[in-house]
Design a protein around this ligand. Structure first.
Ligand code: SF4
Length: 350
């Protein structure tokens, strides 16, 4: 790293000045990791003090049937293929009941783009869950699913968002952004909504008064410049709407995907993503260490390098585990609180 690069960036951050594209590229390519982790920790503490939040939640992946075949996906299956599944309404209800009994306050509900379920299924599912489990906030359906529903229904996505909100949708997860780059989109997930559409849908979500998260899937064919541009596009939309609550860097798990020849990004790469995100996204409140994808040890370290949220006591996560993740599928609340305290931070349930 050229002498003074990190100092210059530190001076900018300290003076409350916004980092630009060149700074972002330098943070990825030149700056020493320990240095940027320190800066990111300071930035995180300026926003959230020493508090690290988590949620007691349950993931329900209602079906892995999907009409698309994105190259990085190990989750989706075609009907009749080994491993294909779809949960019945009763099975979803049972999982929600277990979550409520275990003290959960949130359900994270996402799935593939189902080949034949009618649009009406989705608001009905939300209505059933919100009627029977009023204590569970429904975080559901990525922008990719919302786009699919709008096509099924034949109306603008804003209309679908309004209807789902009335049916109980409380929050929209950040998945489906992958890398907001037309090059990566064309190479890896062309059938799926393009970057501009992902941003447009999140703009509509925020306009409807709902809030959402944003993600970046890193560790495959993306370049540093593409990652920086991704972060800057999220930052620009956040300037406009203020609707993003958390940013979540997602580590790509190559196993069982078309890209199985690629190596899994290592611990330092994950920690760098978290730190750079914290420093560039000066207008997003939280940066999350999603331990299911990073592994527990890396998530623990991330808490002193820019992350201030640990996601939750996820139960039965399927998407990353079908791509070879070896992390546990469940952490208890006590384990999460101990882990946070161990890093000198203060755990707070959200
Ligand atoms: S990433 Fe999503 S849209 Fe793409 S194949 Fe997998 S489940 Fe379907």
């Amino acid at each position: 790293m050229p002498a003074g690069t990190l100092d210059a960036i530190a001076a900018k951050v300290g003076a409350g000045r916004r980092l630009d594209r060149d700074d972002g590229i330098r943070l990825y390519e030149e700056a020493d990791l320990a240095g940027i982790r320190r800066l990111a920790d300071e930035a995180a503490e300026r926003k959230n003090g020493k508090t690290v939040t988590y949620v007691v939640n349950r993931h329900i992946n209602y079906s892995n049937l999907c009409i698309l075949s994105c190259f990085f996906c190990a989750f989706s299956k075609k009907r009749g293929e080994a491993g294909a599944y779809e949960l019945s309404l009763d099975e979803i209800r049972e999982r929600a009941r277990e979550a409520a009994a275990a003290g959960a306050t949130e359900i994270h509900l996402v799935g593939g783009l189902h080949p034949d379920l009618p649009y009406e299924y989705y608001p009905e599912l939300l209505r059933m869950l919100s009627r029977e489990f009023p204590g569970l906030a429904l975080k559901a359906f990525t922008a990719v699913e919302l786009d699919h529903f709008a096509r099924l229904r034949g109306v603008p996505v804003a209309e679908v968002i309004r209807e789902l909100r009335e049916a109980g949708l409380a929050f929209v997860p950040g998945g489906g952004a992958e890398v907001l780059s037309d090059r990566v989109w064309k190479k890896l997930f062309r059938g799926k909504i393009p970057p501009r559409r992902w941003l447009e849908i999140h703009r509509e979500i925020h306009r409807a008064g709902l809030r959402s998260n944003a993600t970046l899937l890193f560790g495959h064919i993306e370049t540093v410049e593409e990652k920086v541009d991704h972060l800057l596009r999220i930052r620009a939309l956040q300037d406009e709407t203020g609707g993003f609550v958390s940013f979540i860097p997602l580590r790509f798990h190559p196993q069982n995907t078309v890209l199985a020849h690629l190596p899994l990004a290592g611990r330092d790469a994950v920690l760098r993503e978290i730190a750079v995100a914290r420093l560039l996204l000066d207008n997003v409140r939280h940066v999350k260490a999603y331990w299911v994808m990073t592994g527990l040890e890396t998530a623990r370290l991330a808490l002193t390098g820019g992350a201030d949220d640990l996601d939750g006591t996820v139960v039965e996560e399927r998407i990353t585990h079908m791509a070879g993740a070896e992390t546990p599928e469940h952490l208890t609340e006590a384990e999460i609180r101990d882990l946070i305290r161990g890093e000198g931070k203060i755990p707070r349930r959200r």
